[in-house]
Ligand binder design. Structure first.
Ligand code: HPA
Length: 270
């Protein structure tokens, strides 16, 4: 694994010049942030040694280097999900590579189903914490001390200073910004009404099929993390609307301008 990470990082260093300190993983329907990135170098995943290919409709597969709000960034346009059949090491491989390139801050975004009764479709939620319900932890197996400790703390998975900064920006710009706990599950099924209720009972506000593995690996590598979910559907025993991939994408696209403003301003100020 160490050799693979090095090989991929060396390749990207050769292709993309000065390396950023910030990486952004763009979730479902939130890919348009790349339109705001200037002086882009776009590298398709297919050209990157050791990178898997993205298989989901609505997720293109490119790594984009460029400038956002005057800062160098790497953006992942399309991520790798556990439900696609990738193992956890593959899902989180890009985060390992980011660390090797010198990235210190990871931004993650995703689409999620809301269980919190205060939430509305189209709301943007800052992730304050998560619950890992994937059947496997990405750190299972041999630990490489070069990458991080055997038993990493998860006391502050999402950086408190970034959450405060997001709140300040939201107040300034008049953005309705919710806070919540993200429950990470494998999918690809959406939840049954009883499952949404259960996730609410155990402390979840929103549920989705990504993010948790990448955040665990980022924290293992001592990167600071900021996460946002776009609430694309609601779930629970009183909810009769049926979620679909199309509805999720539509709702995510609608929230895009808000997420763009938030992320652009965050990047500018960190
Ligand atoms: N459940 C799981 N993942 C999701 C959902 C949901 O309701 N909405 C968007 N991603």
């Amino acid at each position: 694994m160490l050799e693979k990470i090095k090989q991929t990082a060396d390749y990207l260093r050769q292709r993309a010049g000065e390396m950023p300190k910030t990486a952004i993983i763009l979730g479902t329907g939130l890919g348009s942030l790349v339109d705001h990135i200037e002086n882009k170098t776009v590298i398709p995943y297919s050209e990157i040694p050791n990178f898997p290919q993205s298989t989901v409709q609505g997720h293109s597969g490119n790594l984009i280097f460029g400038t956002l709000s005057g800062k160098r960034v790497i953006a992942m346009q399309g991520r790798f999900h556990y439900y696609e059949g990738y193992d956890m090491k593959t899902v989180t491989f890009p985060v390992r590579v980011f660390k090797a390139l010198g990235v210190e801050t990871l931004f993650v975004s995703n689409a999620a189903g809301g269980m919190n009764k205060e939430f509305k479709v189209g709301d943007v939620m800052v992730i304050t914490d998560h619950i890992n319900l994937f059947p496997e932890n990405p750190l299972r197996g041999k630990n490489y001390e070069e990458l991080g400790p055997r038993f990493p703390a998860m006391t502050e998975p999402y950086d408190h200073k970034y959450i405060a900064l997001a709140d300040a920006i939201a107040a300034e710009k008049g953005i309705r910004l919710m806070h919540g706990v993200y429950v990470g599950t494998t999918g690809p099924t959406f939840e049954t009404p009883a499952e949404y209720e259960y996730f609410r009972v155990i402390g979840g506000d929103a549920v989705g099929m990504s993010t948790v593995p990448e955040v665990i690996v980022a924290r293992h590598a001592d990167m600071r993390v900021f996460g946002i979910s776009v609430i694309t559907d609601l779930g629970g025993k009183d909810i009769t609307e049926v979620p679909s991939h199309e509805e999720v994408q539509k709702a995510a696209i609608k929230a895009q301008p808000t997420v763009e403003v938030l992320v652009k301003t965050m990047v500018e100020r960190i």
